[in-house]
Design a protein around this ligand. Sequence first.
Ligand code: FES
Length: 107
Amino acid sequence: MPTIHYILKDGSTREVEAKAGSSVMENAIRHNVRGIDAECGGCCSCATCHVYVDEAFFDRLPPPDDLESGLLEVVAAERRPTSRLSCQIAMSAALDGLTVRLPQTQI
Ligand code: FES
């Protein structure tokens, strides 16, 4: 199973084994990783699952669709070039070791 590394607000790291096809958001919620609110449950309408994707992985992700791009305009924390919504990142073997940093706030 591919691994996700979440870098929390305090700088510590949580490592989670992800089921292929599940989202980075779903794995955070399932394993009680703090810092992802996911108020809409993953239907891409809340922007409270914002993460900063490690640059080494960013180019491996498919680009955000129009819906995600629009929501990235309204995330609570600073938007950066590597900002993504974690409910839109589906895990696969190709993303094994994916590292995402959680922003200071989601609301
Ligand atoms: S969980 Fe709501 S946009 Fe990702």
